[in-house]
Design a protein around this ligand. Structure first.
Ligand SMILES: Cc1cc2nc3c(=O)[nH]c(=O)nc-3n(C[C@H](O)[C@H](O)[C@H](O)COP(=O)(O)O)c2cc1C
Length: 358
């Protein structure tokens, strides 16, 4: 008699995985982490080249949220992917990551109403509806209340979709192995998904299908522009941050079902879902219906641990795990976790401008 536990292949964090065109050497994916280290025009700096190259042993890196157009900027010092200078700056990052044997995917993030006239590079702040976000935002003139945003017209929504597709082309021109649309954490795409921030009465508001439409249309346009095998999306159902609230469980299920059904025909490279319950019905429904490899991230409650990540893979909850704060504190987190070495502690004062919700 053989003991199957000795012969069965063990799904492990350290085995390779394919995320569309991205051949990841292990299942630890560096989660997108805003660092605010670009120059004032959003061009990546030498520090960013070093930061990403140091983390090339991650199976894949997802970059910090990067604006497709200046109107989508949320923080001064956040990078962009709109101009030739941005492409050249990011090319230095991708060359360095590739030279170190890594893979890198750009997160494309439009902040929408999480901005300010002094931060948005057009002086205008936009959103699905003219509803200001609660709280304050950092500006060059100190903290200010979020403004009431301009509600995008139907024509402007179509332009926005094209802006995402164009940004994705720029990302690939900069040498990225893929792109990820930021549909999470209360920024523009998520502002369309959630009923509290979207009071539209056109095809992009109202029913769950209509609120899911922008995510699907942007993802389709991006997939058409750069290939579905290089396209993914990040979602965070019910993170309930920045006034983007999804509090009705039935509505959440219906909305994310519509979203996953819209994504399914695309055959995406990944869906990245941030949720404290990655094994729960909602996240697994998104995984099953979208039929895309799942990158699971357990959210902001506490920094992801090795044990947690191992379990998610061992129990087949996800194809890969997003690692955030541990990857900031430990550039070589893959080696440390592989060899059981001690870890640097996550230090909120050092890792960022803001740890609540990005
Ligand atoms: C400093 C900081 C910056 C972040 N920036 C982003 C971002 O740009 N885009 C995004 O989708 N999530 C962002 N997040 C969320 C992380 O990707 C991740 O979901 C979160 O840190 C939870 O994972 P962890 O427990 O492994 O840190 C950020 C988190 C932190 C702490």
């Amino acid at each position: 008699m053989t003991d199957s536990s000795l012969t069965a292949p063990v799904r492990s964090l350290l085995t390779p995985v394919r995320l569309g065109a991205v051949a990841a050497s292990n299942r630890l994916v560096m989660a997108p982490l805003t660092r605010i280290r670009a120059d004032e025009r959003g061009v990546p700096t030498e520090l960013m080249v070093q930061h990403y190259a140091q983390r090339a042993s991650m199976g894949a890196i997802v970059t910090e949220g990067t604006w497709p157009v200046g109107e989508g900027r949320t923080w001064i010092g956040q990078p962009g992917i709109e101009s030739a200078d941005h492409i050249a700056g990011w090319r230095r990052v991708t060359d360095a990551v590739h030279a170190a044997g890594g893979r890198i995917i750009m997160q494309i993030m439009h902040g929408g109403r999480i901005s300010h006239e002094l931060v948005s590079m057009t002086g205008r702040v936009v959103a699905p509806s003219a509803i200001g976000a609660p709280g304050q935002i950092r500006t060059p003139e100190g903290k200010q209340t979020h403004p009431v945003p301009h509600a995008l017209s139907g024509e402007e929504v179509q332009q926005l979709i094209e802006q995402f597709a164009h940004a994705a082309e720029n990302a690939i021109a900069a040498g990225m192995d893929g792109v990820q649309i930021h549909g999470a954490n209360g920024y523009l795409v998520h502002q369309f998904t959630a009923p509290s921030s979207n009071h539209r009465t056109d095809d992009f508001g109202g029913s769950p299908e209509n609120r899911a439409r922008l995510s699907v249309e942007i993802t389709s346009a991006v997939a058409q522009a750069v290939g579905a095998e290089r396209t993914g999306i990040r979602l965070s159902p019910q993170t309930n941050v920045q006034g983007v609230l999804e509090e009705d469980g039935d509505d959440v299920m219906a909305t994310y079902r519509a979203l996953a059904e819209g994504l399914a025909p695309l055959n995406l490279a990944h869906v990245d879902v941030l949720s404290p319950e990655p094994g729960g019905g909602l996240v697994q429904m998104i995984r099953r219906i979208s039929s895309a490899p799942l990158i699971a991230n357990t959210g902001f409650g506490h920094p992801t641990t090795r044990e947690e990540a191992e379990e998610l893979i061992r129990l087949d909850v996800a194809e890969a795990v997003g690692i955030g704060r541990a990857a900031i504190a430990n550039p070589d987190v893959v080696r440390r976790w592989a060899e059981g070495l001690p870890e640097n502690e996550v230090h909120p004062g050092v890792i960022g401008h803001k740890c609540v919700a990005e």
